[in-house]
Design a protein around this ligand. Structure first.
Ligand code: DQQ
Length: 542
């Protein structure tokens, strides 16, 4: 690897080098967090032969990279071990279901189990001799049958799992059932399908509690939970979800809304965030979400860097009290990396203010800020049902002034603001209320050409007359991961500033609206480096 690595993350998970994509089979087992991931050991681009990398941690922050868990070995996976999930069976027995690309190039589902259950690190995995356990079904194309979920058990004791697919023009989650986890039968109808989406990759299906933020185990089905179906759309590399009620008797999932194929569909994250997967953490009774955050630079850049892809910070995920959307927040363990702190309280930001947050390492920072607005008057009008928020963020970037906003943060910025990634808000008047727009504007993130600088945007579901507008951003060299309103809207961006090296990066709070606003509180912390290993030789003492 080249010695100069300005874009390598310090606390966002990544292997020492090479290509990584989807998180696979995350789980908590005997006090250890496991993260597997799609990995190309041979280079920084997606490969013809993909394997399962394997890393372990006691705290979700510091990771030790182990030997790969799954590599091609039989006719059922000789061309790759693609994505899949872990399920912990009664008796504390973890099993992995994953997609193999078989000798004919077809996608099939395979089973693997730990060689030695008493090894808490589960270093060795053996594949079931009867693989594949789910051959490509009749009527399904060989390249459209992949990514089994964590399985759940119905009241009848039978196991269920869904697999991503597309049949004719319908994206779908094909349902399989099994009594013994080995012999699987395809159910007569899919769990859910849509004509508006194309192929579904990496589906995820899990319950969330209606009355609180605790997570629930994947097999829980009772009136105190709702179910979430998440799909990853190959057509645009975004993760979408719907909420609904699962009936294990009829095997139906009645959703509150549908996938519409428009910008109003719910997403986990409105920036870069794909092929995500959750698991239930029985240690802390929470459900945790991981996702692949892919690069926005070019193939040439990847070859030059020697690596590609990071994971989002692990996020706790739960149902919002409105019951209409999910909420996500970085796991609390992230806060153990917080070092030097700067704070601001009750500071008025007049129109045009730019306030520097001095004394912290701006390329590696965790910042939380809360803005208080003046009494709202006639603001610029929009009808949120008629506009695409992402388009709005690109039409009105951080330089465009309106009444309330843009206000927010200028991250990874040079002193003269030539380079900056702006994460900000605007308040509009709508037919019967006010609406809050959140943007992550990459248009001036780097002087570099040939990188994707698309602006991202989404609405934030709060009433700005009664609630403060809050933002948390986790900044880590080439990633800006932002959470508005306590995690109701999330936007993750990849950026590649060139002027902003380690010592020259700055971070500012700003208000470019005509109306003044107040920072009621701001706290920013330099983040320490997590243990992630920068070389394959270096390993973490466990
Ligand atoms: N990545 C895997 C597939 C999955 C896709 C291959 C999603 O199993 O569908 O690396 O990014």
């Amino acid at each position: 690897l080249p010695a100069n690595q300005p874009y390598k993350t310090s606390y966002h998970f990544r292997p020492p080098q090479n290509w990584m994509n989807d998180p696979n089979g995350p789980m908590y087992y005997k006090g250890v967090y496991h993260l597997f991931y799609q990995y190309n050991p041979l280079g920084p681009l997606f490969g013809d032969i993909m394997i399962w990398g394997h890393s372990v941690s006691y705290d979700l922050i510091n990771w030790s990279h182990l030997n790969p868990a799954l590599c091609p070995s039989g006719s059922y996976d000789v061309n790759s071990c693609w994505s899949g999930s872990a399920t912990i069976l009664p008796g504390n027995k973890p099993f992995i279901l994953y997609t193999g690309i078989d000798a004919n190039g077809n996608q099939v589902q395979n089973l693997a189990m730990p060689e030695n259950l008493s090894d808490p690190l589960l270093k060795e995995w053996v594949k079931f001799s009867g693989n594949p356990v789910m051959p490509t079904p009749n009527g399904v194309k060989g390249d459209m049958f992949r990514d089994p979920t964590t399985a759940w058990q119905g009241p009848d004791g039978r196991w269920r799992v869904i697999v991503g697919s597309q049949i004719k023009n319908k994206g779908m989650a094909i349902l399989y059932r099994s009594w013994d986890f080995i012999r699987w039968t395809m159910f007569e109808h899919p769990l859910y399908s849509s004509e508006k989406t194309g192929m579904w990759e990496c589906p995820d299906f899990f319950p969330v509690s209606i009355n609180g933020t605790n997570g629930v185990e994947t097999s829980v089905q009772n009136p105190s939970v709702k179910h979430v179906l998440k799909i990853s759309l190959f057509s645009n590399l975004h993760d979408y979800y719907v909420l609904g009620t699962y009936d294990p008797e009829m095997e139906t999932f009645s959703t509150d809304t549908d996938f519409e194929g428009t910008s109003s569909d719910l997403r986990f994250d409105y920036g870069k965030f794909y092929a995500s997967k959750t698991f239930f953490d029985s240690g802390k009774n929470r459900r945790i979400l991981w996702a692949w955050v892919n690069e926005s630079d070019s193939t040439e850049d990847a070859i030059q860097k020697g690596w590609s892809g990071v994971q989002s910070v692990p996020r706790r995920i739960w149902l919002d009290k409105s019951g209409k959307q999910l909420v996500q927040w970085p796991v609390e363990e992230i806060e153990t990396l917080r070092g030097k702190q700067v704070s601001i309280h009750d500071k008025k930001l007049e129109s045009g203010s730019v306030v520097k947050l001095s004394g912290i390492t701006a390329s590696q920072v965790d910042v939380e800020v809360e803005f208080e607005l003046p009494a709202l008057e006639e603001a610029e009008f929009i009808d949120p049902a008629q506009v695409d928020p992402q388009q709005l963020c690109s039409d009105k970037n951080a330089s465009v002034q309106s009444m309330y906003g843009p206000f927010g943060l200028l991250t990874l910025a040079t002193e003269d603001l030539t380079e900056r990634t702006a994460v900000f808000f605007r308040i509009f008047k709508s037919p019967n209320n006010y609406v809050v727009l959140m943007c992550s504007d990459q248009s001036r993130s780097s002087l570099k050409k040939d990188i994707d600088k698309t602006a991202y945007g989404a609405f934030v579901n709060i009433d700005p007359r009664h609630e403060k507008v809050s933002l948390r951003s986790l900044i880590d060299h080439s990633i800006v991961e932002s959470f508005a309103a306590g995690g109701r809207t999330c936007i993750t961006a990849r950026v590649y500033p060139v002027l902003t090296t380690e010592n020259e990066a700055h971070i500012y709070a700003f208000n470019n609206g005509t109306q003044s606003i107040v920072i009621s509180s701001l706290n920013a912390w330099s983040m320490n480096k997590a243990h992630l290993s920068d070389s394959e030789e270096e390993s973490f003492e466990l």
